[in-house]
Design a protein around this ligand. Structure first.
Ligand code: GTP
Ligand code: MG
Length: 312
């Protein structure tokens, strides 16, 4: 109702514009896909001894839909395909990275998409991604019924500089590695007779190297030989392809340039060499000047107690 006396309420909308030159990143994450397997690295704190340990197992998306453990490549390919659809739908996204049940989407620096309003952008992304996930389910799991509606949540991360983006990507890829290594160990231990709880206890306090050795020495698994998609996660970039859109009256093809999302893998997505190899990223976001180990820690925000929170 335009010009209504109640229109003043519009000014009560939360202002959440991500100001230029901050870089806008949206991360979506599957809700209750099953936290237990990977996230509780080296800790049992999520399950206190008296917790309803068995209850937590119910209604976890990956369990109900019998995803292969520790990694279901079909489910991961479904996530990748949904992320590619997001990239093709929203031209301002120039890069995305994902693993497990999460995906991060990076906007070009100068984006004016939805006036850079975080709540609008994240709600649009998460609803689009979820719809695509449901629509594509049958294509990836033709013989598996989708037994209840999956849900995802989203958040916007406002990266104050290219170095913060670099630290963000490094953090997510490290998480991918840690979670996958932990899940692989856990799965092998359970397969060889331990209960899940015993396996968690066994892995508590172990580091990367110990897990690597455990897999190799006890289970004959060379971690480096696992598929790149599970070890490194997946990146999506846009490339220009020529599509035939129609044929003219003489039968000659009429071609148009189209942006197509293509999946690539890299051991170090926050590495200078990987990033700087892609001219489109350089143009839209800027290059990585140093390798991640040499990047100064950036103070990201000050919390309510005025203590600095730093990106690791
Ligand atoms: P919230 O995101 O906080 O709702 O928790 P979550 O239960 O979704 O857990 P989180 O996002 O922290 O981790 C994702 C979880 O999804 C992993 O811990 C796995 O248990 C599960 N998951 C993701 N991909 C796969 C897969 O390919 N196979 C199996 N079996 N499980 C997977
Ligand atoms: Mg999740």
């Amino acid at each position: 109702m335009a010009n209504s006396r109640y229109e003043y309420v519009k000014s009560f909308e939360v202002e959440d514009e991500v100001m230029f030159p901050n870089l806008v990143v949206v991360r979506i994450d599957g809700h209750d896909f099953r936290r237990r397997l990977c996230v509780l690295i080296n800790t049992l704190s999520y399950f206190d001894d008296d917790d309803d340990y068995d209850d937590v197992e119910r209604n976890m998306f990956s369990e109900v839909h019998e995803f292969v453990k520790p990694n279901d490549e079909i489910a991961l390919n479904l996530m990748n395909s949904c992320a590619a659809s997001v990239m093709e739908e929203f031209p301002d996204i120039v890069f995305s990275y994902g693993y497990s049940d999460e995906y991060s989407f990076v906007f070009k620096k100068t984006t004016k998409f939805y006036q850079r309003r975080a709540s609008k952008i994240q709600s649009l992304f998460v609803s689009f991604f979820t719809s695509v996930y449901v629509i594509k389910w049958k294509e990836f799991f033709p013989r598996k019924e989708l037994r209840y509606p999956p849900s995802f949540r989203a958040r916007v991360i406002c990266c104050a500089s290219i170095e913060v983006l670099q630290a963000y990507l490094s953090w997510r890829q490290n998480d991918c590695h840690m979670n996958n290594q932990h899940a692989t160990c856990l799965h092998e231990l359970v397969k060889h007779g331990k209960t899940e709880r015993e396996a968690y206890e066994f892995l508590k306090g172990t580091g990367k190297k110990e897990k690597h050795d455990l897999l190799f020495e006890q289970f004959g698994i060379n971690y480096e030989k696992l598929s790149v998609m599970v070890r490194q996660g997946s990146c999506i970039l846009k490339t220009q392809v020529e599509d035939i859109v129609k044929y003219n009256e003489n039968g000659a093809p009429i071609k148009r340039l189209r942006k197509k999302a293509s999946i690539v893998h890299s051991k170090n997505i926050a590495g200078k060499s990987f990033w700087n190899e892609h001219p489109k990223l350089l143009k839209e976001l800027g290059g990585f000047v140093n390798d991640i180990g040499k990047v100064e820690k950036e103070i990201n925000r000050i919390d309510s107690n005025r203590s600095a929170i730093q990106i690791p």
